[in-house]
Ligand binder design. Structure first.
Ligand code: FES
Ligand code: FES
Length: 175
């Protein structure tokens, strides 16, 4: 039997420690060891983007990493995204990107949705007012088997607008 290695990692703000086989993929670690099944696995070789998570704030494909590689790092999965945000009304504990996907019918079966959303979080942080071409470029590495791309592009536009409004509201409050 392969020697186990200890992985200590913070996921969605919570510390975890597990002894795992060095060959265990990060996507399987999240889904099977931590039971965070919002990270979806489609192709398992880096092509579809459905397993995308945030590693120290960067969008990465968890099927292309081993769990042991994230020892000492911070991860955010789709389950950890919502609590950081509330909508302008304060009634919905969803990230503005999640709300925008719901509003614009940016999802059908939802299989690809966590990967799209986590790809878009750092993109919109870096580029808060993207053009349609930039949006299409940003999501070009994610596949939607339901081919709902127009709704997804509309969702990104709406999310950018809503996140801009929230930022203005925040700045006004702290003035
Ligand atoms: S499952 Fe990771 S990119 Fe497809
Ligand atoms: S909504 Fe079904 S795969 Fe994208």
């Amino acid at each position: 039997m392969t020697d186990l290695q200890t992985v200590s990692v913070t996921v969605n703000g919570q510390p975890y420690e597990r002894d795992v086989e060095p060959r265990l993929l990060l996507s399987d670690f999240l889904r099977h060891e931590l039971r965070l099944t919002g990270t979806h696995v489609g192709c398992e070789h880096g092509s579809c983007g459905s397993c995308t998570i945030l590693l120290d704030g960067d969008a990465v494909r968890s099927c292309l990493l081993f769990a042991v590689q994230v020892h000492g790092h911070e991860i955010t999965t789709i389950e950890g995204l919502a609590p950081e945000w509330t909508s302008a009304s304060g009634l919905e504990a969803l990230h503005p990107i999640q709300l925008a996907f719901r509003e614009t019918h940016g999802l059908q079966c939802g299989f690809c949705t966590p990967g799209f959303i986590l790809t878009l979080v750092p993109f919109l942080e870096e580029n808060p007012n993207p053009s349609e071409e930039e949006i299409r470029q940003a999501i070009s590495g994610n596949l939607c088997r339901c081919t709902g791309y127009q709704g997804i592009v509309d969702a990104v536009r709406l999310a950018a607008q809503e996140m801009g409004n929230l930022q203005i509201a925040e700045e006004t409050r702290t003035d």
